[in-house]
Write a protein that binds this ligand. Structure first.
Ligand code: THU
Length: 132
């Protein structure tokens, strides 16, 4: 079963979720990604008294990715405190797209999906190159 390859990543996401700062929504989220160099990077949501500036787990994950040397994401998963797999929000799909390997696979509530299935026809770095 394809989900088995995500076991370690789900665990890493759950650990990250326990560090979340979510006093307003009370909806802690953890995210974990495997990079093309075999590194696991994680993130958790960090909310703010000014609600709209709160950070999703994916935001802190991409910061961690960059801080730890960068790379391409080959597998990704996001969890909530009920132990459920959740989908990255639309904005976070765009955030992740910047660092997505062509082979990126994501564990979703409906099983493993390709990145193309989750974010079809993305706007990305190549679009900017075309006009420069
Ligand atoms: N959240 C994430 O961290 N990632 C997502 O992809 C979905 C939503 C957070 C944002 C907010 O802190 C809480 O979940 C409730 O929306």
């Amino acid at each position: 079963m394809a989900d088995v390859e995500f076991e370690g990543l789900v665990q890493a996401a759950q650990e990250a979720m326990s560090a979340a700062y979510a006093p307003y929504s009370r909806y802690p989220v953890g995210a974990a990604a495997l990079t093309d160099s075999g590194q696991v990077v994680t993130g958790c949501n960090v909310e703010n008294a000014s609600y709209g500036v709160g950070l999703c787990a994916e935001c802190t994950l991409v910061g961690q990715l960059q801080l730890s040397g960068g790379g391409r994401i080959v597998a990704f998963v996001c969890v909530n405190s009920a132990g459920e797999i959740i989908m990255p929000c639309g904005r976070c799909r765009q955030l992740l797209n910047e660092f997505a390997a062509p082979s990126l696979r994501i564990l979703t509530p409906r099983g493993v999906r390709s990145w193309e299935q989750v974010l079809p026809q993305p706007f990305g770095p190549a679009d900017l190159e075309e006009t420069h």
